[in-house]
Write a protein that binds this ligand. Structure first.
Ligand SMILES: Cc1ncc(COP(=O)(O)O)c(C=O)c1O
Length: 694
């Protein structure tokens, strides 16, 4: 056991007896598992903490309060010889504290966190002695921090702890122990200030980078075994650079950030870019505030990791779920099929059934291939088209995925941002894309027939690949002219309908325009959330797939085909494309009226079922971020584009419009220079294109 100072030598002001320091610690920290077992020299973080805290003059006892779980019991084995140990609830840390205090009959509790190895016993004593001499329920240096983060000490009595234990309800209050006390007027509280403000220094251990920082400071000061805040302050004055290692991490992030935001911080360290899809990065919406991760979703609602419920008026998972999240008809069909195994050495018959259904819906096609993602399907289509036409070069219009053949378009010009920047995404880098693919893919703008004709006259184009509706519909018979051009020049015409399919028609949108391509790609909504994308085509072109190698293990898995079949059945039954388009038209009308009401220059675009708007202003990106910021306060996920589902009823749309009404009022005031957008925007601005994260 670490020996505490003999109390008989301590001044006689100890009117409140049994001062117990409860150190909370666990091995299961989500941001940095096992952090307290990391070592500085030959001591673990927790040993160092116990050792330093043991030098406090006033403590009667130290108890290590750990979660009751198999993993955390390791702490008992490791530390039982050094300190008394008590185990309690893992997540309800307030309860763990209460039970510990009760068990050891603590009258005064000194709360210390196990991840603060540089705790300063002199600071502990200063706060305990102030508490002893005065009449407060709670004394700490954390209400208005001036001490470095990591030298936190909170002192309170058992009665105060009991009240908080009985009354605190929210997860945050239970997890972080003292917020209820700090934010409630019924308690008498006092903050202890340091003589200067060192609150920007971070010596607490939450992330790997913090360990580097703590070690750096420790090695600089270790000559003096009893170093504390005074020495830290001197070191900072002498060499502030030493403290820059982790100064980007905000104070008390653990308390301020939601679970989703904390997960995103973890993700960015171990997954390049944080995740696998640009459109699901929080930076695209509301950096540091977007909930980012979901625990469950149903209909058009999503619950975040803290169980907060949001209405999704944003991308509905980038257009995959027109029939709503967790649609039980589709999910049950998939569950039933996977019970009989999702994979086997044999093929699943649903692959044929789905093909027959899709060909029924598109009688001008004869064959289908499948992939799981849009980008893969686009690569398949390009390979088939090149094999069929015998020509390598392609003309492209729209977004077609991340693959080399597409990104190589940015090699074509010397322009730094690449020619795809005008297309959809600025900032797409060609790093890693072979340079000798340059001048194989030529972008053209939608509805610019002359530009396309020009490209086809100047180059031996084998395929034209295009979206047929992104922001605005085709004009002046654009699609028919493209079809004729392809026929004339023996070019394979591919419509990429990953996004436009099933949103306005039962199948490809080209059915509405009565222009048949040679190949059409349909994905996203086809599986209502399960991965399945098809490449449909006519026999003449698709036969070329036999002369090239296109094959992948998981293109044979069953869930995608089963989900596709059931989704088509459901869509057909309720004519979902009509429902979502009708709601979208209503939403567009309401947006238009709102723009007029507030005299804002609103540009409304997009397919009926995915309306999009922007405000014509050089402050647009700030306004867009502000819109998301304000909607989020009302538990609405949204910005300026809404992918509708069959669950977006009139009431939900009206709620969104009512919120936008108030938001537009403030935006108009900013437009009139009557208000400054920077003053009402409390977040970093959202990203617009591809940006490197980390
Ligand atoms: C028209 C179009 N093509 C291709 C893709 C790429 O699909 P995926 O992200 O599934 O690879 C998308 C995705 O947004 C798309 O909208």
């Amino acid at each position: 056991m670490v020996k505490l100072i003999d109390k008989s030598k301590v001044k006689k002001f100890m009117k409140k007896k049994n001062i117990v320091s409860i150190i909370q610690a666990r091995l299961t920290s989500s941001r940095f598992p096992n952090k307290i077992l990391q070592k500085i020299e030959n001591k673990t973080i927790l040993e160092l903490l116990i050792h330093r805290l043991g030098k406090s003059k006033y403590l009667d006892k130290m108890v290590l309060a750990i979660p009751k779980s198999k993993k955390n019991e390791l702490l008992r084995d490791k530390f039982k010889k050094k300190i008394t140990i008590f185990s309690g609830s893992e997540n309800d840390v307030l309860d763990r504290y209460f039970q510990t205090a009760k068990k050891f009959k603590a009258q005064t509790i000194v709360r210390i966190c196990g991840d603060c190895p540089l705790i300063d016993p002199k600071v502990v004593d200063r706060i305990v002695s102030f508490y002893q001499k005065n009449d407060f329920d709670y004394v700490s240096n954390t209400i208005k921090p001036t001490y470095p983060d990591g030298l936190d000490v909170e002192v309170f009595n058992f009665k105060t702890l009991k009240k908080a234990w009985m009354k605190a309800k929210s997860n945050t209050d239970r997890e972080h122990v003292t917020p209820y006390i700090i934010h409630n007027k019924e308690f008498k509280k006092k903050n202890i200030f340091y003589k200067e403000n060192l609150s920007n220094l971070r010596l607490t251990l939450d992330e790997k980078i913090d360990l580097k920082q703590i070690k750096q400071v420790y090695y600089k000061l270790k000559k003096n075994k009893n170093f504390g805040v005074e020495e830290i302050s001197k070191l900072y004055k002498k060499n502030p650079k030493i403290f820059r290692i982790n100064n980007k991490i905000g104070r008390n992030e653990g308390l301020i950030l939601s679970t989703g935001q904390k997960l995103w911080k973890r993700a960015k360290n171990i997954i390049p870019g944080g995740n696998m899809l640009l459109s699901k990065r929080p930076e695209m919406y509301l950096p540091n505030k977007w909930p980012t991760y979901y625990s469950k979703a149903k209909g058009c609602y999503i619950w975040d990791m803290d169980n907060v419920k949001y209405t999704d008026l944003s991308l509905m998972s980038v257009g995959t779920n027109t029939l709503g999240y967790a649609n039980s008809k589709i999910d049950n069909a998939v569950i039933e099929s996977i019970k009989k195994s999702n994979m086997s050495t044999f093929n699943c018959p649903e692959e044929i059934y789905l093909t027959e259904k899709l060909l029924d819906m598109h009688p001008h096609f004869d064959m289908a291939k499948y992939a799981r993602t849009g980008g893969e399907a686009n690569s398949i289509a390009i390979r088939i088209a090149r094999a069929s036409s015998g020509k390598d070069k392609v003309a492209i219009c729209g977004y077609h995925g991340w693959h080399d053949w597409y990104l190589s378009a940015n090699h074509n010009s010397n322009e730094k941002k690449g020619i795809l920047k005008d297309h959809l995404l600025p900032g797409l880098s060609t790093s890693g894309v072979p340079k000798n693919l340059s001048n194989t893919a030529y972008p053209f703008m939608f509805n610019d027939y002359n530009a396309l004709e020009n490209i086809c006259n100047k180059n031996k184009i084998g395929a034209i690949k295009m979206e047929i509706f992104r922001n605005f519909p085709p004009k002046n018979n654009f699609l028919k002219k493209v079809r004729n051009l392809a026929n004339k020049k023996n070019i394979v015409l591919i419509f990429d309908e990953c996004t436009s399919g099933f949103r306005e028609t039962f199948g490809g949108l080209h059915l509405k325009y009565k222009v048949n391509p040679d190949i059409c790609i349909l994905g996203k909504a086809l599986g209502n959330g399960f991965p399945i994308t098809t490449v449909l085509g006519n026999k003449k072109v698709m036969d070329a797939a036999q002369n090239t190698f296109i094959s992948s293990t998981f293109w044979t898995e069953r869930s995608g085909y089963v989900a596709g079949l059931k989704t088509l059945e459901e869509m057909e039954k309720i004519k979902s494309w009509n429902i979502i388009s009708k709601q979208g038209i209503k939403l567009k009308m309401k947006l238009k009226k709102l723009g007029q009401k507030h005299k804002l220059k609103l540009i409304i675009s997009g397919l009926s079922s995915c309306p999009s708007f922007m405000i014509s202003s050089d402050k647009w990106i700030k306004y867009k971020t502000y819109i998301t910021q304000e909607l989020l306060k009302k538990r609405i996920l949204g910005a300026n584009t809404t992918y509708l589902s069959i669950f977006h009823n009139d009431k939900i749309i009206q709620k969104y419009i009512n919120c936008l009404d108030k938001i537009f009022y403030y935006i108009k005031r900013c437009e009139n220079n009557d208000l400054n957008i920077n003053e009402i925007l409390s977040n970093d601005v959202c990203h617009t294109g591809f940006k490197r994260l980390n």
